[in-house]
Design a protein around this ligand. Sequence first.
Ligand code: PLP
Length: 386
Amino acid sequence: MDNPFKAIETKLIHAGDPPEPIEGAVAFPVFQSSTFLSEGAKSYDELKYIRLNNTPNHVSLHKKLAALENAEAALVTASGMAAISATLLALLASGDHFLAQDCLYGGTHDFFTRDLPELGITFDFVTGNDPGSWESHLKPQTRLFYVETITNPLLQVADLERVVSFCKAHNIISVIDNTFASPINFRPPEWGFDISIHSCTKYLNGHSDIVAGAVIGKRDLVEKITRKLNHLGGSLDPHACFLLDRGLKTLAVRMKYHNQSALDIARFLENHQAVKKVYYPGLESHPDHDRAARLLDGFGGMISFELKGGAEEADQFIKKLRIPFVAPSLGGVESLITKPSETSHAGMNPQDREKLGISESFIRLSVGLEATQDLIDDIKQALEQS
Ligand code: PLP
């Protein structure tokens, strides 16, 4: 019989479920047990233990996450950074080199620039939109290329098809952080990426109440990363697995609303005289718009912008808002606003930040699920008072 869970909306609800509901429960129960009876286990890998990422809550989530991106395998992790660090530590060794897109989440940027060189792993930052320049940074020891689907916080969409063909041509592993797009808007394995990473803290969970991560992709690579994670100890607790699974069930409806609301708000901002520049890949004015429209099924819920005034005006504007919370992170049901120079990218040195265009007046808005018109009215009153 064919699999009835075809569309992503259906997979979000049912993929990974046991063949029969456990004790008749329609929600998959939480198995809050650190260890399980070892009888019948023939090897260490068959022992069930939370740190080994193989308890029933892990296994069911792994199946669901793999199904969402049409991938061979998946792994949940204790945070997005646990997914990123375990992936790079599993796939790279001392002496290896990799390429990384030059605008990335601040925590990833810090891990690359501060931690990996200490382990003898080197890299070069490259421009995502300039494939011609990639070749010149290639070395015999280059093993991996790391990009983000929609970059944090500049919301660039790199030439992702060329990233994949470049990696295949040079026999290097392609890794993409798909957090900002979510599997609703982009499914990296369908485009040939080897590994897709998520901070599930954001859209996948969607309720700003847990920290979690995921690695999705080719089975042999996911298994290698799982072994590394088992040693590093960054496993997700079963209760957090349960919450993530619950959040995932509404991902499709949430994401479609985020996509539409952010587009409407980006259009409003672009037409407001107090606004200098809006960064949103769904706007025709965005330099990567055509590519984003071709690759993505939606442009996501993140908007960045700058006001005509400087840092002081940006602070005044943020203070006058009444709906969005002033907080880092993103992808939740509530709108969140922040200045990346003070939060997500505060660890970066100021010169690097300025070089990328993340000034002190640069604002990032995570559009939540409040009524779009309420958010527009709130932004308007704050712009017109500041
Ligand atoms: N990737 C991106 C694009 C992010 O924005 C973040 C966090 O903001 C992370 C990864 C790290 O995720 P976590 O905070 O869950 O470790």
